[in-house]
Structures are given as structure tokens and as C-alpha cells.
Design a protein around this ligand. Structure first.
Ligand code: B16
Ligand code: MG
Length: 223
């Protein structure tokens, strides 16, 4: 019996992944190299420091911890220039009606994001008040694929993982939800998220019942 839905933020509710990409790429260019959109996929759901470590690895660059802290700060400043211009028009299509639909059914809502900027983004797009529990990069000590972010969300609502449905766009996020014993719905492409209980392209026209039916049908098909 599903009592709550836990939403990832970047890539599920808003497309901030494009701003992360621009800002990280600017940092890489600043350091004298570049990386592709394909490589950027590996940064989704991954914490700021883990992302920086991956990017430096791609560029074959070594930096001290103090220099890394400065580089992460530089990137975050560029990223924040974009998110501080966001408004409700950047909520992905279908998300607002789906949240309303869940609220009407009495389903509780939580946010589970790796981002330390999650509250700023929710404030900018006017969704802060819709979530009963908000767990973000400032609350966690272990980044996705560790399940901690979703476990803390379930705990804040006094629910068990089995009572919560997680929505995620990142491979690492689906891994995290599965490791925690949650039902996991991938939002995006089957090739990255095929290990989820169900993959949906977006939230347009979606109902909770359709999702639950989809999960069941997929489980029967895959035995
Ligand atoms: P910040 P999510 C994640 O958010 C992003 O997908 C990932 O690309 C980013 O590095 C991470 O947040 C940390 O973000 O630098 O703002 O703390 O998808 O878990 O909502
Ligand atoms: Mg995400």
C-alpha cells in the first residue's frame, strides 16, 4: 500500500541538469579541457564533490583538497546565477497536475535530492510548501547510490520504504532507491533506468493507478 511519493528534484521536477552541465563545462574549459553531454549523464544525482572528482579525472588533472573546494565554489557560483533566475514556468510539464492528483488521493509528498541548492530551487519555482519532508544535500552524509537520502525522507514521514514510491531520473538514484527497498520509478530513458520497477518518459497525463498497474505488469513480464 503506497502512502507517500518521494521525488528527486534535478531532472524530475525541474530541468536544472542543463544548468549543472553549463556550469561544470565552464569550469572544465577554465581548466583547459572539455567533456561531452554523454559524460555529463554520469554526474546526474551525484554530489558536488564527487562530480568535481569525476570531471578532474576526465581532464587528467590533480588538485589539492583546498583547490578542489575553491573550484566547487566557483562552479556553484556560476550555477546559482542560473537558478536564481528560475520561476514556476520551469516546472517540467505534467509535474504540477500530478502533485495535485496525489494530494487529492491523500498521498504524502517528500523531496529526496542530493543538491545543497534544493531549497533555493523549490523556493524559486514556488513548490516549497507542497512537500511535507525535504531531504537534500545539506542533510545527507552519503550521496546516491547510497539510499540515505530516501531513508531519511521515509523516516521523516514515519513510513517504511515499502510504503513509498521514489521518482528518479538518475541511474545512481534508482540504485539508491532499490538499495533502500523502495519502489522505484525512473523518469527518462529506458537505457539508463531499465533497472527501475517502471520507466516513464514524463508525468504528462499520469495517474497513480496507472503507475501501480505499470509496475505490476512489468513485474509479471519479467517474472
Ligand atoms: P549541488 P538531484 C543532484 O540533484 C544533481 O542531479 C547532481 O547533478 C548535482 O551534482 C547534485 O544534485 C549536487 O548539487 O551542487 O546543487 O549541491 O538530482 O539529487 O536532485
Ligand atoms: Mg536527479
Amino acid at each position: 500500500m503506497i502512502k507517500a511519493c518521494i521525488f528527486d528534484l534535478d531532472g524530475v521536477i525541474v530541468d536544472t541538469a542543463k544548468y549543472h552541465f553549463i556550469a561544470w563545462r565552464r569550469l572544465a574549459n577554465h581548466l583547459g579541457f572539455d567533456f561531452t553531454e554523454e559524460e555529463n549523464e554520469k554526474l546526474k544525482g551525484v554530489s558536488r564533490m564527487d562530480s568535481l572528482n569525476l570531471i578532474l579525472q576526465w581532464g587528467g588533472i590533480e588538485k589539492s583538497e583546498a583547490e578542489k573546494a575553491q573550484l566547487a565554489e566557483l562552479k556553484n557560483g556560476w550555477y546559482r546565477e542560473y537558478i536564481l533566475k528560475m520561476d514556476p514556468s520551469e516546472i517540467l510539464e505534467g509535474v504540477a497536475p500530478f502533485l495535485g492528483h496525489l494530494e487529492q488521493l491523500g498521498i504524502r509528498l517528500a523531496l529526496g535530492s542530493s543538491s545543497k541548492n534544493a531549497r533555493t530551487i523549490l523556493e524559486q519555482v514556488g513548490l516549497m510548501h507542497r512537500f511535507e519532508a525535504i531531504v537534500d544535500g545539506t542533510n545527507i552524509t552519503r550521496s546516491k547510490p547510497d539510499p540515505q537520502v530516501f531513508e531519511l525522507g521515509a523516516e521523516a514521514m514515519n513510513l517504511n520504504p515499502g510504503e513509498c514510491l521514489v521518482f528518479e531520473d538518475a541511474e545512481a538514484g534508482i540504485d539508491a532507491a532499490l538499495a533502500g527497498g523502495f519502489l522505484a520509478v525512473g523518469v527518462g530513458a529506458e537505457e539508463n533506468l531499465g533497472h527501475a520497477h517502471l520507466v516513464i518518459p514524463n508525468f504528462i497525463g499520469l495517474s497513480l493507478q496507472a503507475i501501480l498497474d505499470g509496475i505490476q505488469a512489468r513485474a509479471e513480464k519479467h517474472g
